[in-house]
Write a protein that binds this ligand. Sequence first.
Ligand code: ZN
Length: 394
Amino acid sequence: MSIIDPEKLAAITRNAGDLSRYSRQLLLPEVSADGQRRIKAARVLCIGAGGLGSPAALYLTAAGIGTLGLVDADRVDVSNLQRQILYGTGDVGEPKLEKARARLQQLNPDVKIVLHEARLTSANATEIIADYDVVIDGSDNFPTRYLSNDVCVFARKPNIYGSVFRFEGQASVFAPHLGGPCYRCLFPEPPPPGAAPSCAEAGVLGVLPGIIGLIQATEALKLIVGAGETLAGRLLHFDALKMKFREFNLRRDPQCPVCGDTPTIFEPIDYEQFCAGPAEADWFAAPESVPTISVRELKAKMDKGEPLALIDVREPFEYEIARIEGSRLIPLGELETHLSELSKNGTLVLQCHSGGRSEHAARILREAGFANAVNLEGGIDAWSVEVDPAVPRY
Ligand SMILES: [Zn+2]
C-alpha cells in the first residue's frame, strides 16, 4: 500500500514533458501513471547530503519526486568528493546545500528542492520531519540517528535507515506503524561517546554509500508507489569484499522505549555528538573471538536454574544419536530463519559436536544483535567426557 495520502493525488497534474521523461518508469505496471502521480505528490526528506544522501537525492530527483528536502549544515571538503557525488572539485569550501540544489535542479527542474541548512536537533526535528511523507536517514552519527528514529516513530513516518563502515553497509526500514521494529528496538540507548573513534578515522570504500544510499532510495520509491515488499522487519547487510548480501529478521521489542507497549520516551532527545561508524560496526563486523562457556560452567548454570536457552546447531541425524537434555535443535543452515524465536534475555548457548559450527552460529547471532549468545566450548563431545558419560560419543 502506498504511503501517499490519496487526497494529495487529486491536485497533481502532469507536465507536458512527463510522459517522455518518465516513460521507462511509466512502462512498469507496478508504477504506471498512477504510481508516477504518487511519486510527484511525494515529499521525501534526506537527512544528510553526504555519502548516502548524494546518490539517494540524485536518483529520487531523476525519478520525479515532487518535493525533496535536504538537511545539512556542512561545507564541501575535498575529502568528501571520493563518495559524495553531488559535488565537484569546484565546490570545495562552499555550503553543501546550495551546491546540491544547483546540481539537482540541473538534473530535473520540476522537482522542488527544499533546503534545511541546519543540523537536526531536538529543537527543529519535529517541525522539519512533519512536512514529509518519508525520511531517508543518511546521517553518520548516533545523535541524529536516534533523533530521526524517535521523531519518525512519534510522527508515524517511515524512517529508512542506512549505514556504512569500511567495506560493509546495512539498510532497513524502521516503521513500527507499518510492522517491524524501530532503531531503538535493536539499540535502546547509544553507546557512551568515548567508545567510538572520530568520524575522520573511520574509512569507507567510496562506492559503498552509493550502494546503500540507492537501497534507501529504492525503499522510498516502493513505499511511495506501494509496490513490493519493503525492508520493514528486515535488516539487509552488505559485504563488499565478499560481495554478499545477508538478511536478518528483526522484530519489534515490546519493551522498546519509543515504540514499545509502555514507552518511556515521548520527546526528541539530543545526545552528545560523536561518530556512529566504528561503534555501530561492532554489530556486524566479525569479532576477534566469540565468548565461550565451558561444559562445566553450563552444567552449573543449569543446576542453578539460571535463565538460559541451549541451541543445538547440528543436523537432525546427529541429534538422534546424542543430545543434551533441554536443548533445542536448529541446524546451522536454518538459524537465520529462526532469529525471531530466540530471546535476548538470559544466556543463549550455542552447541554443536565439538564447538566449530556453534562458534559460527554464535557469531551470526551476535552480529544480529544477540549480545547474550555464547559458544559451548568442546560441544556435546566435551559434555559427554566431562559432565555426562551417559551421552553417547560419536
Ligand atoms: Zn522500537
